[in-house]
Design a protein around this ligand. Structure first.
Ligand code: ADP
Length: 192
């Protein structure tokens, strides 16, 4: 099953993706995690990405696409994947669509996790305390939410127009949200 999770920073994509990975037995591909690994390794790409991420801006589309192409070429994606953190703008959505067509693995479903802004800010403040991620400071959080509304929200329309979108209420316990996602993708799983 090839699945993309959509939702603002703090909407719970990463947490739910980790559970879905167990349930669906496919890898979880988080572009944020891939980038943080580059930063931690101090690679040229990581050096370039570090400041941009700390500010809450988007890293260049070219870098992201190259990274993803690389990741999809690994054999563990043969049975599908859960994509998280990508696409973050319409250009990335089109590039991803093209890439998946080219490798003959079109997306099966896009799941949007819906959470209102007030709760997002609360969750991200909590995560800042718990995990100390350098981009969870108030300024960067504000910036990331802005970037999401301006650039990433249109991606939801992209998947709606492609008939692939399903929207899930992201407010509730982890188990509740997980159950909603499983129910939302059930029709697609039966077909696939
Ligand atoms: P969150 O969803 O909580 O904002 P992520 O871990 O997905 O966090 O991403 C952290 C940062 O990594 C982003 O703010 C951005 O700078 C960079 N990043 C991740 N994915 C992309 C992407 N698809 N395009 C551009 N930049 C990205």
């Amino acid at each position: 099953m090839r699945l993309v999770l959509l939702g603002a920073p703090g909407s719970g994509k990463g947490t739910q993706a980790a559970r879905l990975k167990q349930h669906l037995q496919v890898p979880h591909i988080s572009t944020g995690d891939l980038l943080r690994a580059e930063v931690a390794a101090g690679s040229p790409l990581g050096v370039q990405a570090k400041e941009i991420m700390a500010r809450g801006d988007l890293v260049s589309d070219d870098i992201l696409l190259g990274m993803l192409e690389d990741r999809f070429s690994r054999p563990d994606t043969a049975n599908g994947f859960i994509l998280d953190g990508y696409p973050r703008n319409l250009a990335q959505a089109a590039a991803l669509d093209g890439l998946l067509q080219r490798i003959g693995q079109p997306m099966d479903a896009a799941v949007q996790l819906e959470v209102d802004n007030e709760l997002l800010i609360e969750r991200l403040a909590g995560r800042a305390k718990a995990e100390g991620r350098s981009d969870d400071n108030p300024e960067s959080v504000r910036k990331r939410l802005e970037v999401y509304d301006a650039q990433t929200a249109p991606v939801i329309e992209f998947y709606r127009q492609h008939g692939q979108l399903t929207t899930v209420d992201g407010v509730g316990t982890l188990d509740e949200v997980f159950t909603r996602i499983i129910e939302a993708i059930a029709p697609v799983r039966e077909v696939g």
